[in-house]
Design a protein around this ligand. Structure first.
Ligand code: SAH
Ligand code: SF4
Ligand code: F3S
Length: 473
């Protein structure tokens, strides 16, 4: 049994981790053939992609996927710790699973993901949730087949969570959710330690994959007919810093662009590491999508400092304008936290005015949630929740207005859309534009998912655009 340890997660040295190739104990391959599994994913794209690996690992044991958890023999919750409501959702689901297990005693229940890295969560599971069969951390999830086998054969609660960075394992099997869009990890972990954020504790320090491994994965995706890759990392801009003297995110983007996959996206970019070279490369290659997620978090220098974000309002705006000037028709989205401890009305007004200035194309807005063990959780916080909720609402009004205003500018224009499927509104296809806007559209011809078509925008809404297809292959 290995338990998570925050103190250990915080004392990060330059200890070298190993780079390994995945291997599976062949004696357990297909051992559970015919059994069914259900995986529920919370949190970010990185967790979604981990779940694609987790599904493949379960399938090596012989498990088959089902769409409803009551039909499953094994239910795994791949959890997120970013805000309290992510915690609450996972614990709510555990409550439902407890009832199910009273009826189905053989049900296997497991927890993976970021909550598994939190000591307090694991304590709680050991104390109050004895019906959970196993807990596996983010650093060693590739050991899932062996841990599940031990959980089933020993019938003892298995807890395997490492707080030291895990080894970087290549070749973990994957079942991708989409046949035309794929996630590709380029860097794990985060070294930024923003004072409110739990990710550096749950995902460890920054570790880049080797460029050769990334390029090989993209080439394979191209051979398999993929149209779009999204390069993933908590801070993709830091790519390569831990590994190379002279090869960074700009170089990687350029090398991937030259492979000629139609669409390249990447997320998330911390404003701190965004280099001029990256901006130039994004502007130069038409297959690097002109859509950048550039979280600002706050418009107040006082709050940015308390958040440990390492940039000022002025330097953020300078970067923002440089990107807008260099990359034609770029769309920029952001994340904003309101109600950070010590945020006064005047700080919030600075955030509002920055949102007015930037006229974002999309924004994810949150109320600060204190995460145990992070420095911000210890700061005094006098602002009542009602005031924070009211600030969130005021901010949402400003950002929503900018989405609609930007969308309106597209009415009558033609945009390229990767067809993803038929939308809930019958007879409408849907997909995303190059600038990552959701487009619902009609077509006189039947379209295939995964093809890129041209759509004329007929009407703009706040979160989507309607249009009609004007050309396809
Ligand atoms: N690595 C990314 C962020 C990942 S978390 C980056 O730095 O850009 C996604 C978003 O969740 C963050 O940008 C932040 O806006 C929000 N977030 C993170 N911790 C939070 C907390 N404790 N309370 C509220 N929102 C938080
Ligand atoms: Fe969290 Fe900051 Fe790292 Fe993003 S950059 S994951 S907000 S610590
Ligand atoms: Fe959540 Fe972990 Fe992602 S905390 S946002 S699942 S890195």
């Amino acid at each position: 049994m290995h338990l998570p340890d925050y103190r250990e997660a915080r004392t990060r040295d330059k200890r070298s981790y190993q780079r390994l190739s995945f291997s599976l104990d062949s004696s357990i391959m297909n051992k559970y053939a015919g059994k069914k599994y259900f995986v529920k994913t919370y949190g970010c794209q990185m967790n979604e992609h981990d779940s694609e690996n987790i599904c493949a690992l379960l399938e090596t044991l012989g498990f088959l996927k089902v769409d409803d958890y009551p039909d499953a023999d094994l239910v795994l919750l791949n959890t997120c710790s970013i805000r309290e409501n992510a915690h609450n959702k996972a614990f709510g689901m555990l409550g439902r699973l407890k009832h199910l297990k009273q009826v189905n005693k053989d049900l296997i229940i497991g927890i993976s993901g970021c909550m598994a890295q939190e000591a307090s969560v694991v304590d709680q599971i050991m104390r109050d949730y004895p019906f959970v069969n196993f807990v596996i951390g983010t650093h060693n999830f590739y050991q899932l087949p062996e841990i599940i086998d031990q959980a089933i054969t020993s019938s003892k609660q298995q807890i395997e969570v490492y707080s030291r960075e895990g080894d970087l394992v290549e070749g973990v099997p994957v079942v991708r959710t989409s046949p035309f869009k794929a996630y590709v990890n380029i860097i794990y972990g985060c070294d930024k330690f923003c004072t409110y954020c739990i990710v550096p504790y749950t995902r460890g320090r920054e570790r880049s994959r080797k460029k050769e491994d990334i390029l090989e994965e993209v080439k394979e995706l191209i051979r398999d007919g993929y149209q779009e890759v999204t390069l993933l990392g908590q801070n993709v801009n830091a790519y390569g810093k831990d590994l190379y003297d002279d090869y960074g995110m700009g170089d990687l983007l350029e090398d991937i662009a030259k492979l000629e996959i139609p669409r390249i996206r990447f997320m998330t970019s911390h404003p701190w590491d965004f280099t001029d070279k990256m901006i130039q490369i994004i502007g130069k290659y038409p297959n690097i999508m002109p859509s950048i997620h550039l979280p600002v978090q706050s418009g107040s220098n006082r709050i940015l400092k308390r958040m440990g974000r390492r940039y000022t309002r002025e330097s953020y705006l300078e970067l923002f304008h440089k990107i807008k000037e260099t990359v034609p028709n770029v769309s920029i989205s952001t994340d904003i936290i309101v109600g950070f401890p010590g945020e006064e009305e005047e700080d919030f007004l600075e955030t509002l005015s920055l949102a007015e200035t930037c006229q974002y194309d999309n924004a994810f807005t949150f109320i600060f949630s204190a995460r145990e063990g992070t420095p911000a959780a210890k700061l005094e916080d006098h602002t009542p929740l009602e005031v924070k909720e009211e600030r969130l609402q005021r901010l949402n009004e400003v950002v929503n207005a900018s989405f609609l205003k930007n969308h309106k500018k597209l009415e009558g224009c033609r945009v390229k859309v990767l067809v993803e499927g038929i939308s809930e509104k019958k007879d409408m296809y849907f997909g995303y534009s190059e600038t990552n806007q959701l487009i619902n559209f009609t077509s006189n011809q039947e379209l295939t998912c995964g093809e890129i078509v041209e759509v004329e925008i007929t009407s703009a809404k706040t979160w989507s655009l309607d249009g009609k297809c004007v050309s396809s292959n």
